[in-house]
Ligand binder design. Structure first.
Ligand SMILES: Nc1nc2c(c(=O)[nH]1)N[C@H]1C(S)=C(S)[C@@H](COP(=O)(O)OP(=O)(O)OC[C@H]3O[C@@H](n4cnc5c(N)ncnc54)[C@H](O)[C@@H]3O)O[C@H]1N2
Ligand code: MOO
Length: 411
């Protein structure tokens, strides 16, 4: 049995992204659009502000009535209306009169400035004003911010709180977004038990389905955690058929290597739409990717927990972000300086879980987070990892002081 040629990490990442397209856009209420990627440009439907309005609680006045007013020359005028924010009244403010006005209320016709209440005696039938307002004082003009038709948000924006506020202010109750991918998570392995239950001899807790479900959430998807299933081919095939109509993607762990009971490979490798093969990567060597006959995307990851974490960050997260509409979902790496040295297997691109020390303004410093390095079974050490240091396939040893590329994890 010879070793098949290994695909590089970059080739596999390209193959994954090339096979995926953003999910078709749909209109959703803006209250549900947070975190999604906008599918179309959004323009303002109205001017912002919508109408000239007061920036202060005070009095809408005709400035000409108050030329020369001051503490030593107070001017007393009748109050002809009371205008709270939200009023539909539009009283005419004639010469020698004022209207009491609150912040956000529309400026009444005839008035051309606002005097803050602090510069008055706060009267309600007549008011004594002891300041001369500047021209157009404390008026917020219609369209100061945006004119109708102005661009508010660009297609491709991942919507955050401030984007939603701008869209709402511009008159939009719904937005066209790429939906969040729904992603089923299934762990395969007869040895797996639910965490917290006592494992019998030979059994271990299923950690992968929890890692993957939470990773899907953190990547902006909606996880459907099925949990652990035994290595039974017909049961596994039935489960896939049952789950796939309800989801956009399925992330599997385990059963993709060359073992005698590798159920994922046994059931899926015969499909022409699935690719299986070794990657020149450590950890994460055996992988599968493709889709089921109904189009559901499948990521088949190796079972070792660190391999699952690394494979998610390098392939699955970018893939899910592509489904979610991100134009360039490839991971962003930063430079880090190795605090200690470690070994890397020749011919495989290594992803070493590392602690990242951001330092005080200096370069990021990194060191392996697990006592025993990048072993793919070291699930305990994952908890201390802030990111993954990438070591090129042709490098067999990282020395203290070397610069490595680091993929920062979700914190
Ligand atoms: N003869 C060979 N054996 C192996 C090779 C190889 O090239 N030749 N590759 C090794 C590498 S590298 C990896 S990675 C694993 C991948 O194997 P599988 O994807 O088939 O995974 P399993 O055998 O099902 O499990 C591997 C390991 O991970 C544990 N595991 C599985 N699922 C979970 C889970 N949900 N939670 C926690 N731990 C899990 C499982 O018990 C095994 O210890 O193959 C190597 N072997
Ligand atoms: O590829 Mo395996 O994930 O190295 O342990």
């Amino acid at each position: 049995m010879g070793s098949p040629v290994k695909r590089s990490v970059a080739e596999h990442q390209r193959a994954v992204l090339a096979a995926l397209e953003p999910l078709p856009a749909r209109d959703v209420p803006i209250g549900s659009a947070g975190g999604a990627v906008l599918a179309t440009d959004v323009h303002s439907r109205t001017p912002i502000p919508l109408f000239d309005n007061s920036a202060m609680d005070g009095y809408a006045v005709r400035r000409a009535d108050l030329i020369g007013a001051g503490p030593d020359h107070p001017v007393t005028l009748p109050v002809i209306a009371d205008l709270p924010a939200g009023t539909s009244a539009r009283p005419q403010v004639g010469p020698g009169t004022v209207a009491r006005i609150m912040t956000g209320a529309p400026m009444p016709p005839g008035a051309d400035a606002v005097v803050p209440v602090e510069d008055t005696d706060a009267g309600t039938t007549t008011v004594t004003i002891s300041a001369e307002p500047a021209e157009a004082a404390h008026i917020r003009r219609a369209g100061d911010d945006l004119a109708p038709g102005d661009l508010v948000l660009r297609a491709g924006t991942r919507l955050t709180a401030r984007h939603l506020a701008a869209a709402a202010g511009a008159g939009h109750g719904t937005l066209a977004v790429h939906p969040k991918p729904r992603v089923a998570v299934i762990s395969t392995g007869t040895e797996l038990v639910d965490p917290g239950t006592a494992p019998a001899w030979g059994q271990i807790p299923d950690s992968n389905s929890y890692l993957l479900a939470q990773s899907v959430t953190e990547a902006g998807g909606t996880p459907v955690r099925i949990g652990a299933v035994p290595d039974d081919e017909s049961e596994f095939a039935r489960l896939l058929a049952e789950v796939s109509p309800d989801v956009d993607a399925i992330v599997l762990s385990g059963g993709v290597s060359v073992g005698a009971f590798d159920v994922v490979k046994a059931v899926l490798a015969p499909l022409p739409s699935m690719w299986f093969g070794p990657l020149a990567m450590q950890p994460g060597k055996p992988q599968g990717f493709g889709h089921l006959a109904d189009g559901t995307v499948v990521f088949a990851l190796p079972g070792n927990p660190v391999s699952v974490y690394v494979s998610f960050e390098v392939f699955v997260r970018p893939g899910l972000r592509r489904l979610a509409g991100d134009a360039d979902p490839r991971p962003v790496l930063v430079d880090g300086v190795a605090e200690v040295g470690w070994r890397s297997p020749p011919g495989r691109e290594q992803y070493m879980p590392v602690v990242m020390d951001d330092g005080a303004g200096g370069p990021v410093r990194v060191r392996p987070s697990a006592r025993r390095g990048s072993g793919s079974h070291l699930v305990g050490g994952l908890a201390g990892a802030d990111g993954l240091a990438r070591v090129a396939a042709d490098v067999s040893e990282v020395r203290a002081g070397d610069t490595v590329a680091v993929l920062r994890g979700v914190s």
